[in-house]
Design a protein around this ligand. Structure first.
Ligand code: NAD
Ligand code: DAU
Length: 332
């Protein structure tokens, strides 16, 4: 049994990770989360009280972080400002949380010699052409496009520097686009699903030819657990499940699953600097650590996700109107 500090545990992937850890290990979990607009305590309901503790706080608070890190065995760092569109409107919190916040955690794990796992994104590699036969792999050069992805790229570099210069026992994972329950309604799939529930037409940026490599959040989290169990210190692992789909296809699948005509969506303003395609080669994770995804059918996982949003309106409703007002103001 081990004690984990999970940063950003009230967010989408972090909260699903905490539920996953409770179901699949004997570990104790301390969640550190600032509860920004993206954090939701309702995502952590139903956890066993004797194995879980919640601390509301900022990863940039060096004293708090140092104290919490000193009391655990391992830090799993999910907390971030995570939405590209927000980073284009106001980059500052991305720089503070994603860069200074990571620095704060690294200094604490260095001081207390704790194991550290860093959650990152495939967006650090920039984008691929639609017809490029290649995918991202662990040695692809960094070429981030947005304030979000460049702040994540910078945080990855900090981790590697702390590992090499100070011997911090770190691993990094870079994952592709997650879908599943408890994702904020600002993100692509939850936004369209809740739009349809509300009788609003889904909104497709530009022509919708951009490709994302979708993975179910539970598959991301099973990979993170596997890396914690067996990952080699100092290594990076790419996490992906061969789920490439263009955005137009995803909207059409949502409409079909929700009983709407395939063309019942609007084209809206494109995202500035919009990355064209992400695609992950996860051979290293599969061959060296024996990891396999469980959700191999996107349509089935999507249907379950739609069902979750139908059944949990109370979870997303408080955010919906403000998110749509913000998008409407920028023609999206
Ligand atoms: P999210 O926005 O849903 O959740 C982020 C959480 O971090 C929230 O609970 C928020 O309150 C918390 N947080 C933000 N700033 C904080 C601070 N300064 N101190 C403490 N807590 C703070 O994000 P997500 O989609 O769950 O992403 C989690 C991690 O996974 C991020 O590091 C992101 O870069 C990475 N990632 C996400 C995806 C994806 O598809 N969503 C894919 C690959 C990697
Ligand atoms: O690749 C991993 C990344 O995936 C993570 O690092 C990010 O944290 C996560 O937010 C996600 O980034 P994207 O920018 O790819 O996700 P988003 O859900 O914002 O958009 C997915 C695609 O859908 C993208 O091409 C933009 C498009 N889109 C998005 C919205 C919100 C639309 O066409 N319409 C929309 O309304």
């Amino acid at each position: 049994m081990s004690k984990l500090l999970v940063t950003g545990g009230a967010g989408f992937i972090g909260s699903n990770f905490v539920h996953h850890v409770m179901a699949h290990t004997d570990d104790q979990v301390v969640v550190l989360d600032k509860l920004t607009y993206a954090g939701n305590l309702a995502s952590l309901e139903g956890l066993p009280e004797n194995r879980y503790e919640f601390v509301k706080g900022d990863i940039c608070d060096r004293e708090l972080v140092d104290d919490l890190v000193s009391k655990v065995d391992t830090v799993v760092h999910f907390a971030a400002e995570s939405h590209n569109d927000n980073s284009l409107n106001n980059p500052e919190p991305f720089i503070t949380t994603n860069l200074y916040g990571t620095f704060s955690l690294l200094e604490a794990v260095r001081a207390h010699d704790k194991r550290y796992h860093h959650i990152s994104t495939d967006e650090v590699y920039g984008d691929l052409e639609l017809d490029d036969p290649d995918k991202f792999h662990e040695t692809t050069p960094y070429k981030p496009s947005s304030p979000y992805s460049s702040s994540k790229a910078g945080s990855d570099h900090l981790v590697r520097a702390w590992a090499r210069s100070f011997g911090v026992r770190a691993t990094i994972s870079n994952c592709s686009n997650n879908y599943g329950p408890r994702q904020h309604v600002e993100k692509f799939i939850p936004r369209q699903v809740t739009n349809v529930i509300d009788g609003i037409r889904p909104k497709l940026y530009g022509q919708g030819l951009n490709v994302r490599d979708w993975i179910h959040v539970d598959d991301h989290n099973s990979a993170v657990l596997r890396i914690l169990e067996a990952g080699e210190i100092g290594e990076t692992y790419l996490i992906g499940a061969n789920g490439e789909k263009d955005n137009k296809t995803v909207i059409e699948l949502i409409l079909s699953e929700m009983g709407q005509p395939a063309d019942a969506y609007d084209h809206v303003n494109d995202r500035p600097g919009h990355d064209m395609r992400y695609a992950i080669d996860s051979t290293k994770l599969r061959t060296e650590l024996g990891w396999q995804p469980k959700y191999n059918n996107f349509e089935t996982g999507l249907a379950a996700t739609i069902e979750w949003y139908r059944a949990n309106e109370g979870w997303w409703r408080p955010q919906k109107a403000a998110v749509e007002a913000k998008y409407a103001a920028q023609g999206q």
